[in-house]
Write a protein that binds this ligand. Structure first.
Ligand SMILES: NC(=O)c1ccc[n+]([C@@H]2O[C@H](COP(=O)([O-])OP(=O)(O)OC[C@H]3O[C@@H](n4cnc5c(N)ncnc54)[C@H](OP(=O)(O)O)[C@@H]3O)[C@@H](O)[C@H]2O)c1
Length: 278
């Protein structure tokens, strides 16, 4: 029987591209995202274009009981999960003092706790079979600091720490834990990001008043038009290669140069980042 991959954040961007890549590689798919319509459309596109076997389960990864249901339904349908790809994530940018504890909680709930809930739910089955892969999609922001992105970087550094520590713990039990770190990717991720206005007071994460963030959004838009940008399909290929070749960690595309430079010369790169005009 073909291997089974479970992908979160699978309805758009990197997750959707990864679903197509794994389907082409012969995997059976379990896909999760919150919005039922876009998730269903992704499943239909995969079935129609690649004749893929797809289970689509609308799931909010911040809710452990919904994640448990996702994993139980996947195991009922396919009998096993060979590969978990933790990918669902959100982005936020803004000065530290404008970023309220509620903003931090909202971000960590998806970017960190979402990963934790899925790992906790799939691991008992993988441990029983002494086999499996857990691929955590991190970020360049989990390998080097990015200005005005303390909350996002903290969430992605947490993912890096989780990935590396879990790798040591689970490797002897037959389970590979892999980190894949994209740079800037052309998806709706940055369009959907919360940009906290630098001057207006923060109140709640949903407040329209503080999310206009004109300048920061403009800079992100410029970044999206730069030569640094990867396409979701490039990240999907990197995830596929990492899985097939059992790599521990991959930094995708041009981001590897930035991370390499920061690793070698943290002070110098830090001062360059500090002087980015805002
Ligand atoms: N794009 C970039 O520049 C970039 C750079 C570095 C790292 N990354 C990382 O790559 C991953 C994917 O990014 P992307 O660019 O593909 O983002 P995207 O295009 O915005 O897609 C995000 C996906 O996650 C889902 N999602 C969001 N919140 C969720 C939740 N609470 N529960 C379940 N699903 C949820 C979304 O669907 P619903 O909204 O319907 O739930 C969607 O399917 C993220 O972890 C991100 O941090 C992205």
């Amino acid at each position: 029987m073909a291997d089974v991959v479970l992908i979160t954040g699978a309805s758009e961007g990197i997750g959707r591209a990864t679903a197509f890549t794994f389907a082409r590689g012969g995997y059976r798919l379990a896909l999760a995202a919150r919005t039922a319509e876009t998730l269903k459309q992704t499943a239909i596109d995969l079935e129609q274009s690649l004749n893929a076997e797809v289970l689509a389960v609308p799931t909010d990864v911040t809710q452990p009981e919904q994640v448990q249901n996702l994993v139980e339904r996947t195991l009922e349908r396919y009998g096993r999960i060979d590969c978990l790809i933790n990918n669902a994530g959100i982005c936020m940018s803004g000065p530290f003092l404008q970023t309220t504890p509620e903003h931090w909680q909202a971000l960590m709930a998806v970017n960190f706790w979402g990963y934790l809930h899925t790992i906790r739910a799939v691991l008992p089955d993988m441990l029983k079979r002494k086999k499996g892969q857990i691929i955590n999609v991190g970020s360049i922001g989990g390998k080097m600091p990015l200005p005005q992105m303390s909350a996002y970087c903290a969430s992605k550094y947490a993912v890096s720490g989780l990935t590396e520590a879990l790798r040591l713990e689970l490797q002897p039990q037959g389970i590979q834990v892999i980190g894949v770190h994209p740079g800037i990717v052309s998806s709706n991720f940055l369009k959907r990001a919360i940009f906290l206005d630098e001057v207006r007071p923060a109140s709640s994460p949903d407040s329209q008043a503080q999310t206009s963030g004109g300048k920061a959004r403009e800079q992100m838009q410029q970044a999206l038009e730069s030569f640094w940008v990867s396409q979701p399909e490039e990240v999907a290929e990197a995830i596929w290669d990492a899985a097939r070749q059992s790599k521990s960690e991959v930094v995708v595309g041009m981001a590897q140069w930035a991370v390499g430079a920061y690793t070698l010369f943290p002070g110098w790169v830090g001062s360059l980042l500090q002087n980015v005009p805002r």
